[in-house]
Design a binder for this molecule. Structure first.
Ligand code: NAD
Length: 494
């Protein structure tokens, strides 16, 4: 593991709630700590939103929606403001990557070349989409004509996790803003810093007050207040399945707001005998160890066909051992610390489960170093489908390796999960690739690649990985109502 002497902390300028275009203290005056996972030290004290603050934020968003300019501007004008925000993000890429790096233990270098540029791309995609939202004309029967109007749904509550603080923020707010909605965002309590910075940039970009509100705080207080609010029209959530259920219950018990859920995954990566083994090893390493395995689409179950299994295992172990764990601000590092103490301990508990359930620990399996929340890249072999490490989302750098013989067996095993977020296939055989792509019950399938994300490609889950899609033009529909307008045409010639 690299030395922690690298530790640098970016300047933290925004620590208060952002409501109606102003940074304000919490009504209670309370704050909470956000910590640096490299050391466990406190990074900043952040104003802690609770129900009273959520009420104020929803009130501001409602006012901006009912009486403000945003929903009434042309799509073109909304798009221009969004592009301006994207320009400002580009000017502050370094600072934003450093904030996520210190808050979430993410690699600074990847923040600069992946996280922040991807967030910008997401925002620009929907900025361009804002003036391309159309209804349909309807050839209704009889002496009538009809058309559909697409209208913004209203105030959108957004609750997001900590693993991609910047990307999650823009994945959710961009289509909502394009649609003409106003938003109240609760970032994860572990990673509030970049969201507050984006609020500041949105103000500079001229996005009107009340359109974007940011209320950091905890789930059972601030998050629950959003989910059960009578004046929130829709909630977009990314996070765990347990909390996803609570969000649906809160909707059912309050105003039946629409809900979209992006939940966890236990994604299979299936490697067939004809694969280039070196390429397969590289992709499988990336699929599970990228972002320390804190990725909802992590390729955590790796199925390898028997013909190349032994060679794959040998090479995968070496590859894992060469994956450098260390300070995420060091350019030589491949993997930083887990986001916080809770996740760190949770992952280590799963590793213990793996050992006690009889899986073979090939490499890793313990904490790295003695400070911060670092874990060694870990590989288990001889994993059985019914083991906890094959079924539960670990959300850490733990690969479960399994052997298979036939294509049918691979499909059956890949689908042997309650999740259905993503899957990967490595083969040169087009027929196998096509067949498996169609047979795997998952929202995204990558063939001979992994993590190939693009704003154009709808993203979301089958089964207990949730419902609703982010990305693509269809994400805008989550934030719109469709109204049918039927007009009598008494003198119709038809
Ligand atoms: P979590 O569900 O505990 O937290 C996610 C968000 O929900 C946080 O902002 C949290 O404060 C909030 N929250 C918690 N309790 C709440 C409540 N009672 N009411 C309203 N909001 C509440 O998830 P986590 O453990 O922090 O994050 C990791 C999980 O998120 C993993 O299971 C992972 O699979 C999932 N995840 C899914 C995706 C995806 O796109 N499908 C992406 C990233 C993470």
């Amino acid at each position: 593991m690299g030395s922690n002497e690298m530790v640098m902390v970016p300047e933290i300028k925004h620590t208060k709630l952002f409501i109606n275009g102003e940074f304000v203290d919490a009504a209670s005056g309370k704050t909470f700590e956000t910590r640096d996972p490299r050391t466990g030290d406190v990074l900043a004290h952040i104003a802690e939103a609770d129900k009273a603050d959520v009420d104020l934020a929803v009130g501001a968003a409602r006012e901006a929606f009912e009486h403000g300019k945003w929903p009434r501007m042309s799509g073109y004008e909304r798009g221009r403001a969004m592009h301006k925000l994207a320009d400002l993000m580009e000017q502050h890429t370094e600072e934003l990557a450093a904030l996520d790096g210190a808050d979430a233990g993410k690699l600074l270098l990847l923040g600069k070349i992946i996280d922040i540029p991807a967030a910008v791309q997401m925002l620009r995609y929907y900025a361009g989409a804002a003036d391309k939202i159309h209804g349909e004309s309807l050839r209704v029967s009889g002496k009538y004509q009809g058309y559909t109007l697409k209208e913004p749904i209203g105030v959108v509550g957004i609750i997001i996790p900590w693993n991609f603080p910047s990307l999650m923020f823009f994945l959710k707010i961009s289509p909502a803003l394009a649609a003409g909605c106003t938003v109240v965002v609760k970032p994860a309590e572990q990673t509030p810093l970049s969201a507050l910075y984006y609020a500041h940039l949105a103000k500079l970009a001229g996005i009107p007050d009340g359109v974007i509100n940011v209320v950091p705080g905890f789930g059972p207080t601030a998050g629950a207040a959003i989910a059960s609010h009578m004046d929130v029209d829709s909630v977009a959530f990314t996070g765990s399945g347990e909390v996803g259920r609570l969000i649906m219950e809160a909707s059912a018990r309050s105003n039946l707001k629409t809900v979209s859920l992006e939940l966890g995954g236990k994604s299979p990566l299936i490697i067939f005998d004809d694969a280039d083994v070196d390429m397969a090893v590289e992709l499988s390493r990336l699929a599970i160890f990228f972002n320390k395995g804190e990725v909802c689409v992590a390729g955590s179950r790796v199925y390898v066909q028997e013909g190349i299994y032994d060679e794959f295992v040998k090479k995968a172990v070496v590859a894992a051992q060469n994956w450098k764990v260390g300070d995420p601000f060091d350019v030589a590092t491949n993997m930083g610390p887990q986001v916080d103490k809770e996740q760190f301990e949770r992952v280590l508990r799963y590793i213990e489960h793996g050992k006690s359930e009889g899986a073979t620990l090939l490499t890793g399996g313990k904490r790295a170093g003695d400070k911060g929340y670092y874990i060694e890249p870990t590989i288990f072999a001889d994993v059985k489908e019914d083991m906890k490490i094959a079924q539960d989302e670990i959300f850490g750098p733990v690969m479960s390796l399994m052997k298979f013989k036939t294509v049918d067996e691979a499909i059956e095993k890949a689908n042997c999960t309650k999740y259905g977020l993503a899957a990967g296939i490595i083969t040169k055989n087009l027929d196998i690739a096509n067949r498996v792509s169609r047979s795997v019950r998952a929202g995204t399938v990558w063939v001979n690649c992994y993590f190939a994300f693009d704003p154009e490609a709808p993203f979301g889950g089958y089964k207990m990985s949730g419902f609703g899609r982010d990305q693509g033009m269809m994400a805008i529909d989550k934030y719109m109502q469709v109204k049918s307008v039927i007009t009598a045409v008494p003198d119709s010639p038809w």
